[in-house]
Design a protein around this ligand. Structure first.
Ligand code: NDP
Length: 265
């Protein structure tokens, strides 16, 4: 019998995850099916349990259900606990194991695909929503010189920074400061907007990373115009999927060919 997995979200029509996991399965010779399921906004729990009861072995979870997945999990990894959100579920008998692979995905993309080692670097994380929460612990584990979290609503950045034992505040705290890596984990790009960044925020040779993918964002253009190296979030998307595949199947597929395939498409 083919092993079944799924991604739950709302909306979910534009997800790339089924294509990514189909490619991972082909590459590793594994017999599995991966589908996209749009759960009703008030029906996430029921949809996941129905999928499990029908034989599903695991699931990814995306917007807006990651916090609900955290509550649904009966056991959680440290990185899921640190994030307060779950994007990967594994069903084992009556247990529901919750994990969060977003941060590991980002770090893999930085280190393996972009040759950027966070160790000893000054890192600025923009945003304090679900995406930012997921990457705080994995970034701190790489021992940067500094991690600063800046958010439009300053108190959320301060709360989050206390959680990761780093620094945080509003955008005004960035005046006169430079960073080697600036990660845009705000939803500003979705609205075609630019977070209010000082002109000289990028240190010499800095990397500007937008978690959004699929188009040039105002943040990417801003960074390019100021001499920074620029990356989008497509690599993170594929790397977090590879990490989920590892959680489920015990093997980590090769990501470079899948990233190349998606870029070509
Ligand atoms: P959330 O809604 O949880 O958080 C949104 C964050 O963006 C908040 O910190 C909010 O600030 C801030 N924000 C929203 N609009 C603006 C603006 N105009 N200017 C400045 N700050 C703004 O979203 P997520 O954290 O889930 O997602 C954020 C981004 O990350 C999205 O673009 C998403 O597509 C991307 N993402 C990419 C992934 C990948 O694999 N590549 C994985 C996960 C997410 P405030 O608190 O003040 O409201």
């Amino acid at each position: 019998m083919t092993d079944r997995y799924a991604v739950f979200g709302n909306p979910i029509a534009h997800t790339k995850s089924p294509g990514i996991h189909a490619e991972f399965a082909r590459q590793t010779g594994q017999d599995l099916a991966y589908e996209a399921i749009e759960a009703p906004l008030d029906g996430f729990r029921a949809a996941v349990l129905a999928f499990r009861d029908a034989g599903g072995l695991g699931a990814n979870v995306t917007v807006p259900f990651k916090e609900q997945a955290f509550v649904l999990a009966t056991q959680r990894s440290d990185r899921a606990d640190a994030a307060g959100a779950v994007n990967t579920l594994r069903f084992e008998g009556d247990e529901i194991m919750g994990d969060n692979t977003d941060g590991a995905g980002l770090v893999s993309d930085l280190v393996d695909n972009l040759a950027f080692d966070p160790a000893g670097q000054r890192i600025l994380l923009l945003g304090a929503g679900g995406a930012a929460r997921g990457v705080g612990l994995p970034l701190m584990e790489r021992e940067p010189y500094e991690l600063f979290i800046a958010n439009r609503t300053a108190y959320k950045a301060r709360e989050l920074s206390a959680r990761f034992d780093c620094y945080g505040g509003g955008f005004e705290a960035l005046e006169g400061r430079q960073f080697d890596l600036v990660i845009n984990a705000t939803a500003a790009s979705l609205a075609g907007e630019l977070p209010p960044l000082p002109d000289d925020i990028f240190a010499e040779g800095a990397l500007a990373y937008d978690m959004m993918y699929g188009r040039e964002t105002p943040f990417m253009s801003f960074a390019r115009a100021r001499g920074a190296r620029v990356a989008d979030g497509l690599g993170m998307l594929v790397e977090q999927a590879a990490e989920a595949f590892l959680v489920w199947r015990g093997v980590r597929p090769q990501t470079a060919p899948v990233i190349a395939m998606l870029r070509a498409a």
